[in-house]
Write a protein that binds this ligand. Structure first.
Ligand code: GUN
Length: 286
């Protein structure tokens, strides 16, 4: 029987820390941190995420600014908006909700964001900073997954860590964060040969594949810590992770549920990054 890692509780603790730090920051410096979120088009999942981000900002005491742009917004128009926000001192964090419509190149948008306001940490400058260990922001989902790992008290140093998935948003930065903690890290992907032989060696297994119930019981070592980053919507409307929970839970020592695991952590880390951005832009070190 695995111990459940309670993402809702850890997320609530971090948000409370950020809320209190924000109150103290505003009292001391008279500055209200602000986050601008841009949504292009009508993707219903993106709308839910953006609403949740706005709600969290309000809870933190941040100013929340939303730009809801029509589906036919051009790349040039979107970049023009980002450039305006880049130099607006009243905006500390800029987040363009992904995915953007197909006619817009997401990397061109990410590159147009001022790295100091890039609270997603997707800009190549911030990605490079993570590689060399000199970063101010970490991407929210892998940072949240690491917080959950920390909450177990398990020491990553020397452990076999296997990350399934190599996306720029989760898999690659997750591997780097585990490496920073002295894990021995393997990244697996769709071309990996004999995936099961590799995952069965994992003391810490991170699933970021985007396929429901992809990780089955036979792929997991007895006593492994299993972090499920997947959020998949099934045909019946239910949410389900990348890990087959019923099969894996009896073998794992710790496991994140879906929902209620990594999902709630992403917003908590975004709130932390926004407060950090406000501090950096105002030259405040503490
Ligand atoms: N879409 C899904 N997750 C994210 C995220 O973390 N940041 C942005 N900008 N878009 C997303």
């Amino acid at each position: 029987m695995a111990k459940l890692i309670d993402g809702k509780a850890v997320s609530a603790r971090i948000k409370e820390e950020v809320r209190q730090e924000t109150a103290a920051f505003m009292e001391k410096y008279g500055i209200q941190p602000s986050l601008a979120v841009v949504i292009v088009g009508n993707d219903p999942a993106s709308r839910v995420y953006v609403n949740n981000k706005k709600k969290a900002c309000e809870l933190m005491g941040f100013k929340s600014i939303e730009y809801a742009l029509p589906e036919d917004t051009t790349q040039e128009e979107l970049i023009a908006l980002v450039k305006k926000m880049n130099v607006d001192p009243a905006i500390n964090g800029i987040l363009v909700q992904l995915p953007v419509p197909k006619h817009i190149n997401d990397m061109a948008i990410i590159k147009s964001i001022n790295p100091k306001k890039d609270v997603d940490a997707f800009h190549p400058e911030n990605v490079g900073r993570i590689m060399v260990g000199e970063y101010k922001f970490l991407p929210c989902t892998p940072a949240g997954a690491i917080e959950l790992l920390d909450s177990t008290g398990v020491d990553v140093a020397g452990k076999n860590c296997v990350v399934i998935g190599r996306s720029n948003i989760v898999g690659k930065p997750m591997a780097m964060l585990l490496l920073h903690r002295n894990g021995t890290v393997t990244i697996c992907h769709s071309r990996t040969k004999d995936l099961t032989a590799i995952t069965r060696e994992a003391d810490i297994l991170v699933a970021a594949v985007g396929k429901p119930n992809f990780v089955t019981g036979d792929m997991v070592k007895e006593g492994a810590v299993v972090i499920d980053v997947g959020i998949n919507r099934l045909e019946n409307g239910k949410l389900c992770g990348d890990v087959n929970f019923a099969e894996v839970e009896p073998k794992a020592s710790f496991i994140t549920p879906v929902p209620g695991g990594v999902g709630p952590m992403t917003i908590a880390m975004l709130m932390r990054n926004t407060l950090t951005a406000a501090k950096i832009q105002n030259g405040i070190k503490d």
